[in-house]
Design a protein around this ligand. Sequence first.
Ligand code: GAR
Length: 218
Amino acid sequence: MSTPRKRVGVLISGRGSNMAALIKAAKDDDYPAEIALVLSNRPDAAGLDHAGEAGIATAVVDHKPFGKDREAFERALDATLRAHDIEIVCLAGFMRLLTPWFVETWAGRMINIHPALLPSFKGLDTHARAIESGVKLHGATVHYVTSDMDAGPIIMQGAVPVLSTDDENALAARVLGVEHQLYPQALALIASGRTRIEDGRVVVSETTETPAALIWPV
Ligand code: GAR
């Protein structure tokens, strides 16, 4: 009998293009995870419509009625995730800071995608800051979520060149393309149990062929 697929909850706040990439990947029966729930903190998140159309269960836990009580908001999130038997949480453009309580509750079972090659450019406005800094390679990172923002163990990264003609939008679009490839691959890696964390670093038990270096400009 084949191993049961891990039940994944995707947390979104907006467009949900990474969520859509995860849904698409999980359509394959051989993919080791199924998207069992899409959960938004914003009732108007565009991603909810896409998830509904794809036949995925959706839920909204609006943060606004909870005011400043972030933990009460997160207890509602947690209850919703548990009600759907979620085993792995993927943050996909979920724009709420999480308290240590929620992070601890889901430690080792919650991952995030960040639009930069961490540990460079934590936080917001990553593309503008990358251009400003003059780096020649930029990209995206999937990492485990810990209490320190954008600082948890790195699972996988994808890089893109920064062109001298790039503005923030052009670079964001190029990075988004790599995000859509990266997130499904990173989720597959952890859902299939091929990673472990050692000394704060993610170790992948099976490695594939080593790719050629990405050097830019050429
Ligand atoms: C993505 O670029 C994601 O990396 C970023 O928000 C965007 C969401 O787009 N996440 C963060 O900045 C988290 N700090 P999407 O809703 O189309 O997936």
